[in-house]
Write a protein of this length. Structure first.
Length: 96
């Protein structure tokens, strides 16, 4: 679980990032979870965009992705979800 100070730091770090995944009409599926998990291992911090045609609520999508990848939800702002998971091998981000 992340503290408020850590979330603030991660939000600032994620500000310049672009969303690299989009959740659309199909919602969250196993292939997407696998790809996001691999991306989290490589990057530690990423943004996911929830498209307008997604049938599920953005909070439901965020919880599903976080649970499936064992990641932490840093922030949900608009239709953007910011996820963080500490990398086992390629650790780049040092939390305060």
């Amino acid at each position: 679980m992340l503290t408020g100070k850590q979330k603030r730091f991660l939000r600032a770090s994620a500000h310049h990032l672009d969303p690299i995944f989009q959740v659309g009409k199909a919602g969250v599926n196993d292939n997407m979870i696998k790809q996001i998990s691999e991306a989290l291992e490589a990057r530690e911090l990423l943004k996911v965009s929830v498209l307008q045609n997604c049938d599920e609520d953005k909070h439901t999508v965020a919880e599903a992705l976080a649970d499936a990848t064992n990641a932490d939800i840093v922030q949900i702002i608009g239709n953007i979800i910011i996820l963080y998971k500490e990398s086992k091998e390629k650790k780049k981000i040092v939390l305060p």
